[in-house]
Design a protein around this ligand. Structure first.
Ligand code: DHB
Ligand code: MG
Length: 226
């Protein structure tokens, strides 16, 4: 699977084809060098997010879980008028992300809000509700997995019909299908609560696409606001 990602990267994510590619690689390397965990999206996955944003013509993106800013940077590359608002609980990670985005020349397109998602998202929701902020037209959730359903519900409250919401890591090496695994690992439980919660939620329609590659066996949930 790793070899397949290498092959895809060679042909579809080369510097020759994407001038920004080396800047994205630098964010990845600098995040690892700064001691951040190696849990960012793969390049092919991050480009998938960028392309999804272009498909949706979205310009006002919400991300939960910045880490080193790798996926935020890729999403900002979807277009010059794209703005990304990204939430990071860890102060050191947020500082690394800020440096990375400055170096990539994307600082003006990305707003990093440092704090817990469960604190910041309700603040954003009241700003959207009052008109102080426009609704978000694309959402990527990739933070701690235990709170996925709450993040999702708060995000939905800040969107309009047809907005896409993508959630990372909902398959967890296949463990999502096992209630037994969920008892042992609350990140698996978080994925199951999300999928089962959305299954009962008439506001949205959703599916899950399983993924393999350099980030192992996992999956993206894609939901659309009805
Ligand atoms: C983990 C988190 C992620 O967002 C990811 O893509 C892979 C792993 C983790 O916390 O283990
Ligand atoms: Mg992830």
């Amino acid at each position: 699977h790793v070899e397949v990602d290498s092959y895809i990267n060679l042909h579809l994510l080369s510097d020759a084809k994407n001038s920004y590619n080396s800047a994205m690689d630098k964010i990845y390397r600098d995040s690892i060098a700064a001691g951040l965990p190696d849990i960012a999206c793969s390049p092919a996955q991050a480009k998938f997010l960028m392309l999804q944003i272009q498909i949706c013509n979205a310009t006002n993106i919400l991300e939960v879980g910045t880490l080193g800013g790798y996926s935020a940077a890729w999403m900002a590359l979807a277009g010059p008028s794209v703005k990304v608002t990204t939430i990071e609980i860890n102060k050191e990670y947020a500082a690394v992300a800020s440096d990375n985005l400055v170096e990539a020349g994307l600082k003006d397109q990305v707003e990093i809000l440092q704090g817990a998602g469960l604190d910041i998202l309700p603040q954003l929701a009241s700003q959207v509700e009052s008109g102080a902020r426009p609704p978000f037209d694309f959402v990527f959730i990739d933070a701690n997995k235990q709170d996925n359903l709450e993040y999702f519900n708060l995000a939905v409250s800040m969107t309009k019909p047809h907005t896409a919401i993508i959630v990372d890591n909902v398959v967890r090496n296949g463990k999502v299908a096992s209630a037994y695994e969920a008892e042992k690992d609350d990140r698996v439980l978080g994925a199951r609560q999300l999928i089962e919660g959305i299954g009962k939620d008439d506001r949205v329609d959703a599916t899950v696409i399983q993924t393999v590659g350099e980030k192992n066996y996992d999956g993206f949930l894609l939901a659309i606001r009805r």
